[in-house]
Design a protein around this ligand. Sequence first.
Ligand SMILES: *Cc1c(COP(=O)(O)O)cnc(C)c1O
Length: 200
Amino acid sequence: AEAAGRDPSGVRLLAVSKTVDADAVRAAYDAGQRDFAENRVPELADKAEALPPECVWHLIGHLQRNKARSALAHAAWVHSVDSAALIERLEAIAAEDGRLPTILLQVNLSGEATKSGVGAAAAPALLRAALACPHLRCRGLMTMAPYAAPEETLRAVFGGLRRLRDRLQDDTGAALRELSMGMSGDFDIAIAEGATVVRI
Ligand SMILES: *Cc1c(COP(=O)(O)O)cnc(C)c1O
């Protein structure tokens, strides 16, 4: 963040725990880490139940509607919201269960068919659907860049997400401060392009 001329407090480190067991998560917790992420709901539930309630859990993998209730029981944030149908389901459950989850809209700017998320053209309609939901706090966008891509490609994807966010904010007046982008191999470039959450 300092290299990019940014205030480090504006970048949240999300510890992705999907490949490690609860004891390893506990070691990170003991070292002061609080934000943890899983990409599958059953593992999210297991680890969230094994760790102290001060942990803030994030779901970063594709969410099926039939797992939405379990996801919201454990995750304060869902980064992978990618359809109006899922938004409708999350809103209904959040209302029933008295929750106010933070959600991010997952956008696929790399065009890779293997990645989930909506294209840039579909993002405005998805955002309008999210902003109409009183129990969902839609705070920004998430993306995944192509793996081990050249720096120009990564800059185009991360910068593209930031510019899309800027346009969506201008068009709707919504405060979309979060940009969840950057993983272990490319977080420096993501931070230079404005990431507020890096998934490591
Ligand atoms: C696994 C995963 C990460 C972390 O990947 P690393 O390359 O190990 O940092 C980040 N985001 C998502 C969506 C993931 O599934």
